[in-house]
Design a protein around this ligand. Structure first.
Ligand code: FES
Length: 86
C-alpha cells in the first residue's frame, strides 16, 4: 500500500461531462509541471455517485469530498494542497 496523497476524480457520465474531463487534464498537467507525478496518485472513478451527481463535478482528495469543482477550483485545490516542492 502506498501512502501517497490520492486524488480521486469521478468520471461517471454526469461529472465527466460537466467538468471532470477537463479536471483530469488540469490535475495531471499540474503534477507534471511541478515534478509531482510520482508523489501523488490520480485515480479515475466511475462509482462515486450515491446521490452526489447533482453536486458534481465531484473530486475527492485524501478522503475529503469537493463538490462543484470547475477547472479553476481544481487548479486552486492543486496549488493549495500540493505546493511546488522546488
Ligand atoms: S457522475 Fe460523479 S457523482 Fe455521479
Amino acid at each position: 500500500m502506498s501512502n501517497k496523497p490520492k486524488i480521486v476524480i469521478c468520471i461517471g457520465s454526469s461529472c465527466f461531462s460537466r467538468g471532470n474531463a477537463k479536471n483530469v487534464e488540469v490535475a495531471e498537467q499540474y503534477l507534471k509541471d511541478h515534478g509531482l507525478e510520482d508523489e501523488v496518485d490520480v485515480d479515475l472513478s466511475g462509482g462515486l455517485c450515491e446521490g452526489m451527481c447533482a453536486d458534481g463535478p465531484n473530486v475527492i482528495i485524501d478522503g475529503k469530498v469537493y463538490n462543484h469543482v470547475d477547472a479553476g477550483v481544481m487548479l486552486d485545490l492543486m496549488k493549495a494542497l500540493f505546493p511546488e516542492n522546488k
